[in-house]
Every structure is written in structure tokens, then in C-alpha cells.
Ligand binder design. Structure first.
Ligand SMILES: Cc1cc2nc3c(=O)[nH]c(=O)nc-3n(C[C@H](O)[C@H](O)[C@H](O)COP(=O)(O)OP(=O)(O)OC[C@H]3O[C@@H](n4cnc5c(N)ncnc54)[C@H](O)[C@@H]3O)c2cc1C
Length: 469
């Protein structure tokens, strides 16, 4: 049988390759990765910039040697540039030129790329996007005067590529453009590096998918920690003479020496399109519940592909880590003859902003729920995170949304300073089960004073919302 060929050597791609090899050791598995890094954690990059994660190589889960031990044929520096679905071959460009590789099954795990700004200035020294370990290394070298690339563990990176960032005086102030989770995490990271940070958000709230209660709480937290938060402010240009000197927005400008632009990502779909696969409304690759693209033997998973929304049943694109790992692993099983659904997503996400943690799942805002065809009703409550008499508690704010007609839970957000974020997992589970608010309220959640009040804040929200559905 022709090999299982994978394009992309990170979360989706290597999960699939590993699972396939584990279940079917005799099947040849080839992973082509166009870069030099494999099995790395984008998610840890803000914490590397912050200095909390000391070395870049700490963000690698499996080294190329680990991958080889799994008997996976990993080819770094190899980009898959074309797919011939009729011949079942891919065209690969590697260090020794171009060649064709036959496949029996093909997984496109090509991820996404950062959206370059719609404004000028991203080519200036000190202007960055953050998508990958090389970006994180460049930002750290630029903002952290104590970081010496020639002393650091940089894995496959040549430290000399960072000299232009390290050999200039570190900036005193930075702009973060975009108030999504990458922007919020970078605001914290750059503040921790001693920079004066300005965070720009075009809309009225940070973290829009988390809803206004979270957005406001996170904006207050950032402000308390010294970040200047500019909401309703669209950046128009990053300006400077060779190096970032200021960021201009409608009605003003602010002097900064660095700018990190985190305004979103777009899926890498060129290969899927070359294979003849359809894109969905989101412009990511449309797949069925097994990750199949509709082109014989061609699968797609991770940031380049859509998923099915747990609540609405509709295709959606919310590119996150577990989604990629889980879908990759399922496809790795499917190609061995064990058909395994990639799983639906409740779009569950968590984020840290200094001492605050926030989580979200499903449809949080009434507007989003209405757009998905529901008749939403929402309540926001604030409750303690532990028994009132037990030290260490903090206010926890929960927004819970349900469908008025059926009482079905549609989504929630949670925010607070005492382990609030992961409380969202209760709601994610309820969404998967299709629970009503009454069923959520009846869940037997754990209680002891150091962990929770008798009525967990999620249960309090369910009790309150139960009166309205
Ligand atoms: C800064 C940041 C923070 C994040 N934090 C979180 C978080 O806290 N929680 C969370 O759930 N998610 C987080 N994510 C998202 C998460 O990292 C992604 O969802 C996940 O990495 C997607 O995995 P993937 O394998 O689909 O894509 P990627 O990890 O992007 O890997 C795709 C790989 O494919 C390679 N490739 C692309 N095209 C080709 C080709 N033609 N041939 C060969 N190779 C190719 C690329 O070089 C890349 O290595 C974060 C992302 C970023 C950028």
C-alpha cells in the first residue's frame, strides 16, 4: 500500500502520523514539513517572549529524533507544493530539488498564517506578527536586552539570524495591535519585559468571542497592570525611518519602538485547492465528520480545516490546539481502517491576562446565538470562587446563554482571578451533552471550601437563568 503522506509537521500532522504508526506499524508514514521546527507549541510562544519559558526549545514536544524513533519518515525543509489527485501523488520541493511522492492517503495539516496588517509598516525593524517559533525568538531578542541569541537554545535556528534584532537598543514602549487572545497574552508578556504597552482594539471590547463581561474585566485588569488600552481605535500605520518609531491611528499617534500585530490568522488552503477540495464559507477546507475533503484519499485537519459546531451542527472555523491534535489523531486511526470521527467543537477557549483567567464555550452573546438561529436569553452573575470564609477566593463572573424555547444551554463565558478559566469545561461538557439549563443546574459538581462554594458559580448562573428560559 502506498504511504500515508502528511503535509505539515505540527499538531495535526504529527498526531496523525504517530497514531497511524502506532495502530499500523507496517504502514509507511512520511511527514513533509516545510520549516525546520516540528511538534512545537505556538501556544507557549507568548510565555517565551515574556521570559517565563526560558528556552525556545522548551516549546518542542517531540524532537526529530523522537519522531524517527516512532519510525516516521520526517523530512524537514520539504514543502508540498502540488497535489495530483488523479495520480495520487504530491509534488515536493526539498533541498535537492523537486520530486513526486505517491500517497495512499494524504493529510493536509498545513495550518494557518498570520494576517499581515492592512496598513503600512510591517516591514520596519521592530514590527512583528507572532506565528511560529522564529517570530517568538525575534521578538524576544528585540525586547529583552538580557537575551543573547548566541547563548540561547535555539534548536535548528541560526543565532546570527537574530543579530539584527538583538544588536539594537531594546525599545521602551510597544504597541500591540489587536485585542484577541494573542494580543492580550502579548500585552502581558511585553509588560513583564518592562515595556510600556499600548493595546489597540478596533472594536469596543477586547476578546470579542468571550463577550462583553470578559472583555471589560480583561481591559480593567490590563489597565491595572499599566497597559494603556485603546478600544474603538483602528491603527492606520506603523511608522518610522527603518525602525518602528510610532503607531498612527485615527486622531492621534503614540511613540513606540516595537509593534506586535495580532489581528488574526487565515488558513493555508492552497494545497487543498490544488487537490480539488472545496472550501467552506469560512474559507477553510470543508471536511466531513472523518476529516475527509471529498477528494479520494485526501484529509484535512487543524487550522487549515473547518470543524462542526457542537451547538449548531454547522461548519465553523475556530482554529485551536486540541481541535488540531484530536482531528489529526482521529484521521491517523481512520487511515488504518478504524473510522474515527474527528469530533465536533464547542469552540471552547481559555486565556490568561495577568492575574485573571477567562473561558468561553458555545454561543456566548445573544447576537451570535441569534445569528445561529436560536432565540437566546442570557444572564450574567457574579459569585465567589470559594466558600466566603475560606481565604484566597475571588469574584467569578459567569455569563450563561440558553435557548428560550427549549431551555437548551447555548454557551457561556467565565472570568475571575481564582482558577476561573477552566470552570468553562463544565459548560463545554454540558454543550456536548445537549443539556438544558435545568440539567446543568442539577449537575453534581464538586464542593469543598478551598475549591468552590457549595453552589459553583456555573450552577449559580444556571439557577438564575433557569427563571428566564
Ligand atoms: C501565538 C499563538 C498562541 C496560541 N495559543 C493557543 C492556546 O493557548 N490554546 C489553543 O488551543 N490554541 C492556541 N493557538 C493555536 C494553536 O497553536 C493551533 O491551533 C495549532 O498549532 C494548529 O496546529 P496545526 O498542526 O493545524 O497547524 P500549525 O501548528 O500551524 O502547523 C502547520 C505546519 O505545516 C507546515 N506547512 C504548511 N504548509 C506546508 C506545506 N505545503 N508543506 C509542508 N509543510 C507545510 C507549517 O510550516 C507548520 O509547521 C495559538 C496559536 C498562536 C499563533
Amino acid at each position: 500500500m502506498d504511504p500515508f503522506v502528511v503535509a505539515g509537521g505540527d499538531a495535526a500532522g504529527l498526531s496523525a502520523a504517530s497514531k497511524c504508526k502506532r495502530e499500523s506499524p507496517d504502514r509507511d508514514v512520511i511527514v513533509f514539513e516545510k520549516g525546520q521546527w516540528v511538534s512545537y507549541a505556538h501556544c507557549g510562544t507568548p510565555y517565551f517572549v515574556k521570559g517565563e519559558v526560558e528556552e525556545l526549545t522548551n516549546l518542542v514536544s517531540l524532537t526529530p529524533d523522537d519522531v524517527a524513533t516512532r519510525d516516521i519518515d520526517l523530512r524537514r525543509g520539504h514543502e508540498v507544493v502540488d497535489v495530483d489527485d488523479a495520480a495520487k501523488t504530491v509534488t515536493v520541493e526539498g533541498p535537492d530539488g523537486q520530486f513526486e511522492q505517491a500517497y495512499g492517503d494524504l493529510l493536509l495539516g498545513t495550518g494557518a498564517r498570520a494576517i499581515r496588517s492592512p496598513f503600512d509598516g510591517l516591514d520596519l525593524l521592530g514590527a512583528f506578527t507572532l506565528h511560529g517559533l522564529p517570530d517568538a525568538a525575534a521578538i524576544r531578542a528585540f525586547v529583552d536586552a538580557s537575551f543573547d541569541p548566541h547563548e540561547a537554545a535555539l534548536g535548528p535556528m541560526d543565532p546570527a539570524t537574530l543579530d539584527r534584532f538583538a544588536n539594537v537598543p531594546a525599545p521602551e514602549a510597544a504597541a500591540v495591535v489587536g485585542g484577541g487572545y494573542v494580543g492580550v497574552e502579548m500585552a502581558e508578556a511585553l509588560t513583564a519585559q518592562g515595556l510600556d504597552v499600548h493595546l489597540f482594539q478596533r472594536g469596543s471590547h477586547l476578546l470579542p468571542p468571550f463577550g462583553p463581561a470578559v472583555g471589560e474585566a480583561v481591559a480593567d485588569e490590563l489597565a491595572d497592570e499599566g497597559v494603556t488600552v485603546h478600544t474603538d481605535t483602528a491603527v492606520e500605520a506603523i511608522e518610522g525611518d527603518g525602525r518602528v518609531e510610532r503607531v498612527a491611528y485615527e486622531g492621534g499617534s503614540v511613540s513606540v519602538g516595537a509593534a506586535v500585530v495580532g489581528i488574526g490568522i487565515e488558513p493555508n488552503t492552497a494545497l487543498a485547492e490544488a487537490a480539488g477540495a472545496d472550501l467552506g464559507d469560512s474559507d477553510a477546507v470543508a471536511v466531513d465528520r472523518y476529516g475527509r475533503t471529498g477528494v479520494d484519499g485526501v484529509y484535512a485537519a487543524g487550522d487549515c480545516a473547518e470543524s462542526r459546531n457542537t451547538v449548531s451542527g454547522e461548519p465553523t472555523w475556530v482554529p485551536l490546539g486540541l481541535t488540531a491534535n484530536r482531528a489529526g489523531r482521529a484521521i491517523g486511526a481512520t487511515v488504518t481502517g478504524d473510522p474515527t470521527p474527528v469530533g465536533d467543537i464547542a469552540c471552547t477557549a481559555v486565556v490568561k491576562a495577568f492575574d485573571l483567567g477567562a473561558g468561553r464555550a458555545g454561543f456566548v452573546t445573544e447576537a451570535a446565538a441569534r445569528e445561529a438561529g436560536f432565540e437566546p436569553v442570557t444572564e450574567t452573575i457574579t459569585a465567589g470562587s470559594r466558600s466566603g470564609y475560606y481565604p484566597g477566593g475571588a469574584e467569578t463572573t459567569v455569563t450563561l446563554t440558553a435557548d428560550r424555547g427549549t431551555g437548551r444551554v447555548l454557551g457561556a463565558s467565565v472570568v475571575g482571578a481564582d482558577r476561573a478559566a477552566k470552570r468553562i469545561d463544565t459548560v463545554a461538557t454540558a454543550l456536548d451533552a445537549g443539556h438544558t439549563v435545568a440539567e446543568l443546574e442539577r449537575l453534581d459538581l464538586a464542593y469543598a471550601p478551598p475549591f468552590s462554594p457549595v453552589w459553583d458559580p456555573i450552577l449559580v448562573a444556571a439557577k438564575v437563568l433557569g427563571g428566564s428560559v
